[in-house]
Design a protein around this ligand. Structure first.
Ligand code: SDX
Length: 430
């Protein structure tokens, strides 16, 4: 028998709220019958205190800086796994054996081409179009080609659509880059690994041989693993909300891409780089920017700092920061922005404003340093975040579709507008 919390309301009503406990001892009050029993709803702007679902995919503990995918620590996966293996783990719930891994990898190679008609879409995007606008439009358009994509939880359908998404989003992303620099599209190559293939489509040109640097392949693999899932963040919640209406997985993921684009979410990685460049051009005066970030009258925020859940170091930021030194050294890159980032972090972490609010570097703070070192343009940084987060979105959509308790997402509100007023005819209006 679950424990219950007893609620006593000012009007004398009482309610018993069952207590739900998760596998990591997190506790929740089940309020699913609160309105029926008392007429009350709860109010929680930004869902700071509100759980939307029960999930077995990712666990994170913001106070301790813990992140695990299907129970495996992000540190172990970052060191020992590959992005495609992590994608399989998130979507299917277990690490694949070699046969399963080969099948998953082959299915992604098989589906890497996009319909030739879709190539023509690029001819009509503005040359100044942000790659996230292109990515979301192209992913949404996939449902126009794979019309059998349903909202149902038909696993065969989903496995096929998951492979299509994992494969085609990589192709779509690289094509949007080629379009932006006026170079010809480079087609996917079955013989290449996922990361080698993406780099080849991004940086190969018809006139010369291209072979991806193993250091760059490893760096990309690491970044994609670190971005692969993060429980009920803004974009993943968006994917779940859209999918809860039985919209197909392409429509749901395209919605997630658009939510991720925001500068408070995945768009922060691009803003961090622009901020570091601004500080560099201002002579590296980090104190001035820290002061601006603390000034409530200034719109300026320290991008890449702070997190809704992590009130300790974001474990991903810790891993990426170490990788920055390793990758840049191996590549012989000396980036002044890395020194500025480290100086900014040190300065902020000794400042009462940041310490009191528990604002630490998040996943976006250092990731752009590596993207920049491996040749990814700044406006593609959030597309790279989307590429990494894709298996997480698919896994969460699948889990929701398979959840017998799943219902269409439809929050309540507290109305604060006018009470009943009569319609005023035009002749009587001021
Ligand atoms: C991601 O949720 C996820 O898991 C997301 C993510 C994922 O993997 O999916 O981890 C990826 O989105 C990381 C976050 C990237 N965004 C940024 O780096 C943008 C800068 N950070 C913030 O805007 C902010 O910290 C958020 C959006 C990340 C969190 O916002 P919250 O939880 O709503 O916190 P808040 O805005 O209410 O801030 C609390 C206080 C405020 O000050 P007071 O009102 O208490 O005086 O902290 C201050 C804020 O002004 N604050 C900052 C700050 N972040 C918070 N002040 C200066 N610089 C900052 N970056």
């Amino acid at each position: 028998m679950n424990d219950v919390a007893k609620l006593v309301l000012p009007d004398g009503q009482t309610a018993e709220l069952p207590i739900i406990e998760g596998s990591e001892k997190e506790k929740a009050l089940d309020i699913s019958k609160l309105r029926a029993q008392t007429g009350y709803v709860t109010l929680d702007p930004g869902f700071v205190n509100t759980g939307s679902c029960q999930s077995a995919i990712t666990f994170l503990d913001g106070e301790k800086g813990i992140l695990r995918y299907r129970g495996i620590s992000i540190e172990e996966l970052a060191e020992k796994s590959s992005f495609l293996e992590v994608a399989y783990l998130l979507i299917n719930g277990n690490l694949p054996n070699q046969t399963e891994m080969n099948g998953f990898s082959d299915s992604i190679s098989t589906h890497a081409l996009i319909n030739e008609d879709m190539k023509r879409f690029y001819e009509n995007f503005s040359s100044r179009a942000h790659p996230m606008a292109i990515l979301s439009a192209m992913v949404s358009s996939l449902s126009a080609y794979y019309t059998e994509a349903t909202g149902g939880a038909n696993i065969d359908d989903l496995q096929l659509n998951a492979a299509r998404l994992m494969a085609k989003v990589s192709t779509i992303a690289s094509f949007s880059y080629k379009k932006s620099i006026g170079q010809p599209f480079v087609y996917p190559q079955d013989k290449l690994s996922y990361c080698e293939n993406f780099l080849n489509m991004m940086f190969a040109v018809p006139t010369t041989e291209y072979e991806a640097d193993p250091v760059v392949v490893d760096a990309l693999n690491l970044l994609l693993i670190l971005h692969a899932d993060h429980e009920q963040n803004c974009s993943t919640s968006t994917v779940r909300v859209v999918g809860s209406s039985q919209a197909n997985v392409y429509a749901s993921v395209a919605s997630g891409i658009l939510a991720l684009w925001g500068p408070l979410h995945g768009g922060a990685n691009q803003q961090v780089l622009l901020m570091l460049q601004q500080i560099h051009e201002a002579g590296g005066d980090v104190d001035k920017f820290v002061a601006m970030a603390k000034d409530k009258d200034s719109e300026f925020r320290l991008m890449g700092f702070g997190h809704r859940v992590y009130k300790n170091f974001d474990p991903r930021a810790t891993i990426i920061k170490k990788a920055c030194d390793r990758v840049l050294e191996k590549m012989g890159v000396d980036d002044p922005l890395l020194d500025i980032a480290k100086k900014l972090e040190a300065r902020a972490l000794e400042d009462e404003y940041f310490v009191k609010r528990k604002l630490y570097p998040n996943v976006d703070f250092y990731s752009g340093i590596i993207y920049r070192a491996i040749g990814i343009p700044t406006n593609m940084f959030t597309v790279m975040f989307s590429l990494g987060r894709l298996p997480g979105w698919i896994a969460q959509w699948k889990e929701m579709m398979e959840d017998p308790q799943n219902r269409i997402a439809r929050p309540r509100q507290i109305y604060t507008g006018s009470q009943l007023v009569q319609y005023t005819p035009m002749s009587e209006r001021g």
